[in-house]
Design a protein around this ligand. Structure first.
Ligand SMILES: NC(=O)N[C@@H](CC(=O)O)C(=O)O
Ligand SMILES: [Zn+2]
Ligand SMILES: [Zn+2]
Length: 347
């Protein structure tokens, strides 16, 4: 049987939510991943170090028995964020990154940033203390087509910001375009990008062909095929500037299957099987470990995991639950639309 053993992976962009949803989903991540960067877009968002401390405690309390997992906390940057609080959070070891949501760009982002000038003191402090900025890179200007919002963000927001503050470390999260890949590759330093599992697998047809399929809708929205191919090439290249951030984003089915469905795809249960499939398909299984276990810690200046994970390719297809049932309702698990044969057999 074909097997591969890698260092235990990490997820550099994850939504765990809170309460009953978190209790229902956390085990899908902590079973396979040693650490994850936890997104702060709760309602209300995680804005202060004290909020993050309390959220971290709720996460640890929800962890299934026997699971070893380290949540890496982030703060939701607002126009009222206090640089002192940020520095204290970083120095205490609690805060791994700050998160920039342009106001209105995605789920629970209405409290995000409207005017970058207002957050420059925080960004300058972050640059001084080496705290990375994680960015949801889309403009929200109504005139800009939703399929162009990432490329326009790079040109009109991200590049000017990086020129203004070159010392700031920026993670361009969930990159979905060739423009994003090329921009990251063009940067000499202080820029890296996370890529999701689903953007390596689907293009925009998955959402729209044969009927509207809400479980393939996320933000940034999946783009054309040539963008997906650029993401595949970046992820499987071994280039240290690209690493996994699943952006696994659970929403209960009624919030997805309705007249105005939420953005987000739930990939935690089968992410490692999907990725092994993708990397094998591209003849790059030897680069899987770099993408899921090496490049992320290197970027965030954290130690590599010492434990290992083994995946084995089964003759029969491996089946994952179609739904994850939680106390708040059922959540549909990502269907890659091809049979999966890789399974995590030891972790
Ligand atoms: N990715 C998504 O489609 N949704 C995320 C928000 C985000 O990461 O933009 C969510 O919180 O549901
Ligand atoms: Zn986002
Ligand atoms: Zn996200």
């Amino acid at each position: 049987m074909k097997t591969i053993t890698i260092r235990r992976p990490d997820d550099w962009h994850l939504h765990l939510r809170d309460g009953a949803v978190m209790e229902g989903v956390i085990g899908d991540t902590s079973l396979h991943f040693a650490r994850a960067i936890i997104m702060p877009n709760l309602v209300p968002p995680v804005v202060t170090t004290a909020d993050a401390q309390a959220y971290r405690q709720r996460i640890m309390a929800a962890l299934p028995q026997g699971h070893r997992f380290q949540p890496l906390m982030t703060l939701y940057l607002t126009e009222h964020t206090d640089p002192e609080d940020v520095e204290q959070g970083k120095r205490s070891g609690l805060i791994t990154a700050m998160k920039l949501y342009p106001a209105g760009a995605t789920t629970n982002s209405h409290g995000g940033v409207r005017d970058l000038d207002k957050v420059m003191p925080v960004l300058e402090r972050m640059a001084a203390i080496g705290l990375p900025l994680c960015v949801h890179g889309e403009v929200t200007t109504p005139e800009v087509d939703i399929f162009d919002r990432e490329a326009v963000f790079i040109e009109t927001v991200l590049d000017p910001l990086r020129r203004r503050l070159p010392e700031l470390k920026v993670t361009m999260e969930h990159v979905t375009t060739k423009d994003g890949v090329d921009y990251i590759k063009s940067a000499a330093s202080n820029l890296a990008g996370s890529i999701t599992t689903h953007h390596l697998i689907i293009n925009r047809n998955a959402i729209l062909v044969g009927g509207i399929r809400p479980h393939y809708y996320c933000l940034p929205v999946a783009k054309r095929e040539h963008h997906r191919l650029a993401l595949r090439a970046a992820a499987t290249s071994g280039d240290a500037r690209f690493f996994l951030g699943t952006d696994s984003a659970p929403h209960v089915d009624p919030s997805k299957e309705c007249g105005c469905g939420c953005a987000g795809i739930y990939t935690s249960p089968n992410t490692m099987s999907c990725l092994a499939h993708v990397f094998e398909q591209d003849g790059a299984l030897d680069k899987l470990e770099a993408f899921v276990s090496l490049n992320g810690p290197q970027w965030y200046a954290l130690p590599l995991n010492e434990e290992t994970m083994t995946l084995a390719k089964q003759d029969e297809a491996v089946h994952f639950p179609v739904k994850r049932h939680t106390g708040a309702g059922a959540i549909t698990v990502f269907d890659p639309m091809f049979p999966l044969h890789w399974a995590v057999v030891d972790q």
